[in-house]
Design a protein around this ligand. Structure first.
Ligand code: PGA
Length: 243
């Protein structure tokens, strides 16, 4: 795992945007693995700017998102489909049919998991996967204890994740209890992975990740099994790592 430290969130966003745009310029049919959450918002702003200011085109790009809440339809204001539409897809020239996110209201969640894993295999492999990291080490919605061989599956969200995401909902009771997430093994199918971590709240998680102790109780640590991972952090997130 390569580690790169920048001064602040802004610089992290700019750097990751440059890596994404370089990938698209190398291959305009690239497959990007995308994440939701607060961390990639600055990245998405830069990517939008890249379309208007740098002539980057997403016309042929395909995107595969990590996860979706179970029970929230496409049009729900807090669905991850809505998040991606509002924060990126509607503001770049991507073709909606080329953007893949699990269906949050499938007839059968189990069948949707199988279908989505097939999407990863058929549309992918993902050239460049963007990941955030949870304070408990989760990646996607793969919570501590997730099997490192997991493919796309249904998860019950742990209390801390529901509490942390409650800020987007009218009350915690409205935060879904389950989600569909790509598994750890699905994520490891990507050719290249970039993990973004910013802010002091992520300092403990970054320290644990860089202790190199591979353990399913800290899902992000399984990324040490992949040979092309870059952790891009700001100083606040890196502050507990001894140099
Ligand atoms: P955040 O979430 O970007 O909102 O901090 C990261 C995650 O939980 O994966």
């Amino acid at each position: 795992m390569k580690v790169v430290v920048f001064d602040n969130y802004e610089e992290v966003s700019v750097q990751v945007a440059q890596l994404v745009e370089a990938q698209i310029l190398r291959n305009d049919r690239s497959v990007l693995g995308l994440a939701t959450g607060s961390t990639p918002l600055g990245l998405y702003e830069r990517l939008i700017e890249g379309v208007t200011s740098r002539g980057i085109s997403y016309q042929n790009v395909r995107t595969i998102n990590l996860d979706e809440y179970l029970g929230l339809g496409e049009g729900h204001p807090e669905s991850y489909r809505t998040f991606m539409t509002d924060n990126l897809f509607n503001k770049i020239d991507i073709v909606t049919e080329n953007t893949y996110i699990p269906d949050g209201t499938p007839d059968s969640a189990e069948e949707e998991c199988l279908r989505y894993e097939q999407v990863i295999d058929d549309v992918g492999p993902i050239d460049l996967q963007i990941l955030g990291i949870g304070t408990n080490g989760h990646i996607g919605f793969n919570e501590p204890g997730t099997d490192s061989n997991s493919l796309t599956h249904v998860v019950e969200l742990v209390a801390s994740t529901r509490e942390s995401n409650a800020r987007f909902f009218p009350s915690i009771n409205e935060v879904p209890t389950h989600a569909i997430t790509t598994g750890i093994k699905s994520i490891l199918k990507s050719k290249q992975i970039i993990v973004m971590a910013t802010g002091k709240d992520k300092a403990e998680a970054v320290k644990t990740l860089l202790s190199k102790d591979m353990n399913e109780s800290f899902p992000a640590s399984i990324l040490w099994n992949h040979d092309n991972v870059t952790l891009i952090v700001d100083r606040d997130a890196y502050q507990l790592v001894k140099s």
